[in-house]
Design a protein around this ligand. Structure first.
Ligand code: SAM
Ligand code: SF4
Length: 327
């Protein structure tokens, strides 16, 4: 029986955060300093991650994405990928990374069996990148994107968080990069998951605003195409190389078709990005049985939230910033 929730959705995807640590400090995600790391003893080992995945995939999970924090700051990630690849029901294994260490790791990730990779990059301007990430490291990310494009041809996407007053300045540069490397740049609406709780609705630059702005710089195919792997609406460029996509989580929530759950680096199962309750799988994975784990997973997924409440005046923020959830 598949993993169903009470609203008729079938859950097939799991995003796994492998660490809450990171080598950048993006303003929309982490504070400049002072964030408490999750206790080391509580971080899931690779074996524990694989055991959770074994049970989850026997129940119906088919697609797995490794994320963080920054997944590549945890050592041995190619080993974890190899271990996950041994699970027969994992049909798709992807990663979201900031790209900082990708020039070094891309070949090993491909060799270990990673299928696809999303790289986060919000600005192609050195100073703006520095301001947004609090690190002067854009060259490393660009090198990482090129290295990934070599070893994952046609399987690299760029994700940019869209913010008013910032992203409008980047349309032309992103269009050029997408065309040059023949890849899709996807704009994700800024969500209230920043550690400093500074998000206000007025900061959100919507997908439709970006689409209109983009069309001034590049000709897009009239009809979007849908990628079965994602909630993004994507348009190819008329030139035949590259395209843009939009993940309109705030202006056009896609909760009705949400098919994913998240696992934090310390084993908390979250059935929504905005969950205010989570289920601690750590004691079960350390002292319980696979049957118990299966029962808990099935029950949690059944109770998955109907949808997020960002646009509701009573919206309650999660205590966890994005870096501790796994975006
Ligand atoms: N460190 C990796 C990275 O940046 O790609 C993986 C983890 S990061 C939390 C995953 C994704 O969440 C990134 O694409 C990031 O831009 C996005 N993100 C972080 N904070 C966000 C926010 N407040 N609103 C929208 N997206 C956010
Ligand atoms: Fe790190 Fe990714 Fe958060 Fe930026 S978005 S601070 S790279 S975890």
């Amino acid at each position: 029986m598949p993993l169903n929730d009470a609203y008729g959705r079938v859950i097939t995807k799991m995003r796994i955060s492998v660490t809450d640590r990171c080598d950048l400090r993006c303003t929309y995600c982490m504070p400049a300093e002072g964030l408490q790391w999750l206790p080391k003893a509580e971080i899931l080992s690779f074996e524990e991650i694989v055991r959770i995945l074994k049970v989850s995939t026997e129940l119906g999970i088919r697609k797995v994405r490794l994320t963080g924090g920054e997944p590549l700051v945890r050592s041995g990630i190619p080993t974890l990928i190899r271990m996950i690849r041994e699970l027969p029901n994992v049909k798709d294994l992807a990663m979201t990374t900031n790209g900082i260490q990708l020039a070094q790791f891309a070949p090993a990730l491909a060799e270990a069996g990673l299928d696809r990779i999303n790289i986060s990059l919000d600005s192609l301007d050195r100073d703006r990148f520095h301001q947004l990430t609090r690190r002067d490291a854009i060259d490393r990310v660009l090198e990482g994107i090129r290295a990934a494009s070599d070893v994952f041809p046609g399987r690299v996407k760029i994700n940019a968080v869209a913010m008013k007053g910032v992203t409008e300045l980047e349309y032309k540069a992103f269009a050029e990069l997408a065309e040059e490397l023949d890849l899709i740049v996807r704009f994700i609406e800024f969500m209230p998951l920043d550690a400093e709780a500074k998000w206000v609705a007025g900061d959100v630059l919507t997908g439709s605003e970006i689409l209109a702005g983009m069309q001034k710089h590049v000709e897009l195919e009239e009809k979007p195409f849908s990628d079965v792997h994602s909630p993004a609406v994507e348009y190819r460029f008329k030139s035949g190389r590259g395209g843009v996509g939009f993940i309109n989580s705030v202006s056009q929530p896609f909760c009705e078709s949400c098919d994913r759950v998240r696992l934090t680096a310390h084993g908390r199962l979250r059935t929504c990005l905005f969950s205010i309750q989570e289920t601690d799988l750590l004691p079960i994975i350390r002292t319980g049985s696979e049957e118990e784990l299966g029962r808990v997973l099935t029950q949690c997924i059944w109770n998955k939230e109907e949808g997020h409440q960002i646009n509701n005046p009573d919206f309650q923020r999660s205590d966890r910033p994005m870096s501790q959830i796994g975006g």
